[in-house]
Design a protein around this ligand. Structure first.
Ligand code: PHB
Length: 401
């Protein structure tokens, strides 16, 4: 049941003059995030970003309101998320869906949003071809190819790597990420000598056997994709403990392997790592400084937003944009039209939704971890402006369908 209030805050005469009272709508947004288990901190980041945006910009909704109906997708396998999405659409009658940390959760839910005609705003899941699964999907986060392919090019051209091995968490974004890296690296003249599946996204594996294999193969670079969070922290520790760093192998990857909220705890093990990414809390821009300051004021000085927090902020900005554009009357096709081409001054820099692919376009930065006084910091070495998803640009695999 949709709640409709009829209010008019100006005088009756002015109301008549303006064509009648304003119909205030409550827009129901189903939020599907991972709130429990080892990946609970991912859900918390996105949720905090969403809430912070509403706290600071909720007034832009005018008389309209947002009701967030939250569901825990629990694990990355897709089943729990799909059940939650079905229930949000059929029982709760949500106008919009948002969230989705793990790619399989977005992939499993895609047919339901097509059938139910409910726009889905993806705030993390990074497998490149996800928006192609439904005309009702738009993504504000990132694609694995936006980081992987430029990282491959940079590793050959600027890091002096001629051979590389890849290690990846064995599910869609991991496969996407190493394919992107290989395309960039081999396209620039390098050679990928090994590609090592390193377990799934649900449990953090012991990385020792995988990295021993890398150490024995002696590549110049090791490109790794693991989900941010506990996977990334354990991976960086094993890389250092096993002596790969001391053996001169360069650890590179998408920024998922050095998320801001894990960086200080990684300590000196993280030094020298090079990644390509669209966000760090250390970016020194007015928008990012204001965002990080507001985050720390809201959630504690010892907390740090990372790329998932920013995606929550930006995703909520997109939702507010849709509600304002449609004056609270959410129609799925009109909402998608409003999202296509939407641009925004994000804490990460300028972003927009590509009208053709409904995917995010943003700057990519090649960056490394350095020590600054008593803390680790992210230093940008190079910026590639306004990167569209290379997988869809090049029409590779499922991106070409
Ligand atoms: C994904 O499942 O798409 C995913 C999860 C965690 C990440 C990146 C991508 O850090």
């Amino acid at each position: 049941m949709k709640k409709t209030k009829t209010v008019c805050f100006v005088t009756a005469a002015a109301c008549l003059l303006l064509g009648g009272p304003v119909a205030a709508k409550t827009v129901k947004v189903g939020v599907v995030l991972t709130f429990s288990g080892g990946a609970a901190e991912f859900g918390q980041q996105v949720e905090r970003g969403m809430n912070l945006y509403l706290q600071q910009h909720g007034a832009e909704l005018g008389e309209h309101e947002i009701e967030l109906i939250k569901r825990d997708s629990k694990r990355p396998g897709g089943d729990v998320a799909k059940t939650a999405v079905r229930e949000l659409i059929t029982r709760e009658g949500v106008d919009l869906l948002a969230g989705f940390i793990f790619s399989p959760n977005a992939i499993a839910s895609a047919p339901l949003v097509t059938q139910g005609k409910v726009p889905m705003i993806i705030m993390n899941a990074g497998t490149a071809w996800i928006p192609q699964l439904s005309p009702y999907i738009a993504r504000v986060s990132f694609t694995m190819w936006q980081a992987g392919q430029p990282m491959g090019q940079y590793a050959k051209a600027k890091l002096g790597c001629t051979t590389a091995a890849s290690g990846y968490t064995d599910y869609p974004p991991g496969k996407d990420s190493i394919a992107a890296f290989k395309t960039g690296f081999e396209g620039a003249g390098g050679k990928v000598i090994d590609e090592i599946p390193m377990g799934g996204p649900r449990e953090v594996p012991d990385f020792t056997p995988f990295f021993q294999r890398v150490k024995d193969a002696k590549p110049d670079c090791l490109y790794v994709f693991v989900p941010a969070g506990n996977h990334a922290a354990a991976m960086v520790k094993t890389f250092a403990d096993l002596g790969l760093r001391d053996a001169g192998i360069k650890l590179i990857g998408p920024g998922d392997i050095m998320p801001d909220n894990k960086l200080q705890a990684m300590g000196d093990d993280a030094l020298g790592m090079v990644t390509t990414f669209h966000y760090s809390a250390d970016y020194d821009t007015p928008e990012n400084r204001a965002f990080v300051k507001a985050w720390k004021e809201a959630y504690g000085q010892d907390t740090t937003p990372d790329f998932m927090g920013v995606a929550g902020w930006d995703g909520m900005a997109a939702i507010v944009h849709v509600i304002r554009t449609l004056d609270g009357n959410i129609d799925a096709d009109k909402a998608m039209e409003a999202l296509k081409g939407w641009s925004f001054a994000s804490p990460r820099g300028p972003i927009h939704i590509d009208a053709e692919t409904r995917d995010i376009v943003h700057d990519q930065h090649v960056q490394r971890v350095v020590r600054k006084g008593d803390r680790l910091a992210v230093e940008v070495m190079e910026t590639i402006p306004q990167v569209k998803d290379p997988c869809k640009q090049l029409k590779i695999g499922k991106c070409g369908e």
